[in-house]
Design a protein around this ligand. Sequence first.
Ligand code: PMP
Length: 362
Amino acid sequence: MKTETKRLAWLRPELRELVPYAVSPITVPVAVNANESAQSLWDLPEIRQALLEELQNTAPQHYPKPYADELRSLVADYVGRTQDEVLLANGGDDILGLMAQAFIAPGDTALIHTPTFEMYQLGVTGMGGRVVAVPDTGFYEHDVEGMLAAIAKEQPKIVYLCNPNNPTGRPWQREELERLIEVAPGIVLLDEAYMEFAAPEVSLIPAIDTYDNLFVLRTLSKAFGLAGARLGYIVSQKENINLLSRVKPPYNLNAFSQALGRVALRYKDTVLAGVSTVCSERDRMIADIEALPDIAVVPSKTNFLFVTSPKATAIYEALLEEGILVKYYGAGHPLHGGLRITVTTESINTRILKTLAKVVKP
Ligand code: PMP
């Protein structure tokens, strides 16, 4: 057997077609391709000192707290729940892996709509599960009736919903989500990674009291500006958190990330102060783009915009020329013709808008 064929045969069959998740190399000064925050915690003077102190008090020779007790309690307060209803992991991505590991057996079905966050599919496929996708309709509108029909037909083990959705930015209505949760025979994983940019009062975290099948995913990577620390969490009834704990590696969250997370949450009002500016900048960008020819934008409730244009490739290249990297869906990708742009500082947003205008109405 040729070496490569032999090597491939080592791999579990369901992984043989998978391509590793690719992240574009960043070769320009401004990267607005990954929905990160433009703000560094180090730049907030009152937080800088607290960060230094916390990091200095961290003991690298010891294992971290397995459940990140203090951070867990700060997170629980932030979302208005108790500690035993929260589980922390190494980013939301890691939580998605734990969920798939705990609940997807080979041959199980999971339901998503498309387009949505790609990691759902990866988790399910990795465990030998099968993903059924209901495409959005019109201009990336959620097909609730289609999802209801697919739930009835497929009886999925997990239904993945992302509110507001990545990569489109479109929010779900509360009653749409509740209709889906009520009929789902298994688990509903509701991903609220971008909820701080929508309206925190539309979060379904309080609904975990009503729905014992609801798991709500959150992250400190976006509004809290801690993508580099890898801090994600899930909120659900405590008995569900206990199920998930069975697959959690004991020391999954390193001590330094726990320290950064504690500071971010202790100073949450200061850290989150920039969120309202991002939201008004987002709305300004949407209004400006809507006035341009040959480009359409989904009415986003996140910190990013999804635009489509017959001139998408030219837009991508013109932005690169300007030193700005956005997420570009290349030829062959189902979203080809689309670009995803993180809302950032006012001056860079203005440069982005000017470049878009230059390309679509030269
Ligand atoms: N869910 C969604 C919808 C996301 O966009 C992301 C980040 N791209 C995540 C979860 C995971 O975030 P992280 O692993 O950085 O916590």
